[in-house]
Design a protein around this ligand. Structure first.
Ligand SMILES: Cc1cc2nc3c(=O)[nH]c(=O)nc-3n(C[C@H](O)[C@H](O)[C@H](O)COP(=O)(O)OP(=O)(O)OC[C@H]3O[C@@H](n4cnc5c(N)ncnc54)[C@H](O)[C@@H]3O)c2cc1C
Length: 452
């Protein structure tokens, strides 16, 4: 780093609560930084659901930096974002991703969650790769934590103590409660049912082969309504993962969880009498129809206390409409990996966690609020937010909309260096502000370094 290189690096013993996408990412980043990592997962395996999860360039870049075998995730590399008319299915707004890798250095991947999780788990626990393999302790449900000492008590009676504890225990986080955060939350006005369709079955029935588009496709979203169908192909295009949104007044699943019985297909179709017949025909052969409960959490005031910090959905649950939940968890993990690496860690855990808080909270909060807006207006979604020329384009505030540049031109190293320099009273002379290059012009009209 530019100023005051630290000399006090020491190997830490780190406990990660939760072995999901965020927990495994943190295990990879922190083992690579030289630390001894143990992941505690409440289930006997870190169960993932059968649905897609997207990983834009801001997430993919870290997978490459960490040496993750991305091919194991059997991704579809996205070529387009397509927003279609609700009734006719005609494209309304299209965002081309043809030059995406050229512009941002990394592709936009669409994974199956189980494959993505397995890919991360192998990298975290495997013998290969930098650092010592992380250990996984299953059937360890965190009950309480002492945030001063790092002592963890599990419901099975086991206790453990670590220098640093990372709470990656998802939206219902116990760790969050233990560091004194009690979320202001409410069920979303929107409900969601998820369904899987195999491309093979759809093609056999003579239906449109959406897998050929390699696109994230949306029906609706321009009318200021909660109704929206989101189609994402995964498993190399063999599986089509459908997220089907509708008003909560039509069906309330806010208290349902994954793992309950599948819902009947009639329930999936009921809210959509006038939906484009081509996509409706796909939904009619939908399998594994399950509710996805949607809760809106106001941003938290902090994400660390003592030697404990939060990561991923535990620290900033968000609506799914920017497809950034997993990416933000991966970015959190990357931030911890940098802050506790030899080049940046002075040996002072409280300094590192204060900077983690300072760097992560503003960025995740911005994405969180943009995700809530995009729930009922697709023009607020990264990518579509550049398409100002379509007749129905409108956003709440042009200057505040979230843009692809902010997501992908962001340099986390520079952001951390600036925050560390500020904390250490040192000068920061790089031409970056909060990780974005000075002079970068955003489609919102904002030029970094020239804001009023
Ligand atoms: C169906 C679905 C689709 C999604 N699609 C996308 C998408 O396309 N793009 C995107 O970016 N994001 C998407 N997201 C959001 C994204 O998956 C999450 O934001 C991301 O997985 C965050 O992961 P996490 O590790 O923080 O939490 P989780 O994945 O919820 O993992 C938490 C883990 O902690 C464990 N745990 C919980 N409590 C305890 C405890 N007390 N003790 C020990 N272990 C505990 C759980 O068993 C679980 O394994 C989607 C989410 C869902 C559910």
């Amino acid at each position: 780093m530019g100023s005051n290189p630290p000399s006090g690096w020491r190997r830490l013993s780190i406990g990660i609560i939760g072995g999901g996408i965020g927990g495994m990412s943190a295990a990879i980043a922190l083992r690579r930084a030289g630390h001894d990592v143990t992941v505690y997962e409440k289930h006997d395996f870190a169960g993932e659901v059968g649905a897609s999860v997207s990983c834009a360039a801001n997430g993919t870049r870290w997978l490459h930096e960490w040496g993750v075998d991305v091919a194991k995730g059997d991704p579809v590399v996205l070529k387009k974002l397509i927003n279609r008319d609700w009734k006719t299915g005609e494209p309304v707004s299209v965002y081309d991703l043809d030059d995406y890798e050229e512009r941002w250095g990394f592709v936009y991947n669409m994974f199956h969650r189980q494959y993505m999780h397995a890919m991360l788990k192998d990298c975290a626990l495997g013998e290969e790769g930098k650092g010592r393999p992380a250990k996984l302790r299953v059937n360890h449900q965190c009950q309480s934590i002492d945030s001063n000492t790092g002592k963890i008590t599990f419901t099975n009676g086991v206790t453990a103590q670590h220098d640093l504890v990372v709470g990656a225990d998802g939206i219902g986080s116990v760790v969050r409660r233990e560091i004194g955060i009690h979320p202001a939350k409410r069920p979303s006005e929107q409900s969601c049912l998820h369904a899987n369709v195999t491309t093979e079955e759809a093609v056999k029935l003579g239906l449109v082969d959406y897998s050929q588009h390699s696109a994230l496709e949306y029906w609706g979203g321009q009318e200021g309504k909660w109704d929206k169908i989101v189609l994402s192909p995964c498993n190399g295009g063999k599986l089509l993962s459908y997220y089907c949104f509708f008003p909560r007044s039509v069906g309330d699943y806010s208290s349902h969880t994954w793992g309950n019985d599948d819902r009947p297909v009639e329930e999936l179709l009921a809210p959509y009498p006038d939906l484009d017949a081509q996509v409706l025909a796909h939904l009619k052969i939908g399998k594994e129809i399950r509710p996805w409960r949607l809760w809106v959490h106001d941003p938290y005031p902090y994400i660390h206390k003592g030697v404990v910090c939060l990561l991923g959905d535990a620290g900033h649950p968000m609506m799914p409409h920017q497809s950034q939940g997993a990416c933000m968890a991966i970015e959190d993990a990357a931030a911890l990996g940098i802050l506790f690496s030899e080049n940046y860690f002075s040996g002072d855990i409280s300094e590192a966690l204060a900077v983690y808080d300072a760097v992560r909270l503003p960025r995740v909060t911005r994405v969180q609020s943009a995700a809530a807006k995009a729930a009922y207006n697709i023009n607020e979604r990264i990518g579509f937010s550049q398409n100002k020329d379509i007749p129905t384009y409108q956003v709440e505030d042009e200057k505040k909309k979230l843009t692809i540049e902010e997501m992908n031109a962001y340099d986390m190293y520079k952001d951390i260096e600036q925050a560390l320099a500020e904390r250490r009273g040192a000068a920061f002379r790089e031409k970056y502000i909060r990780g974005l290059p000075v002079g970068l012009e955003l489609p919102s009209g904002i030029i970094i370094g020239q804001e009023a």
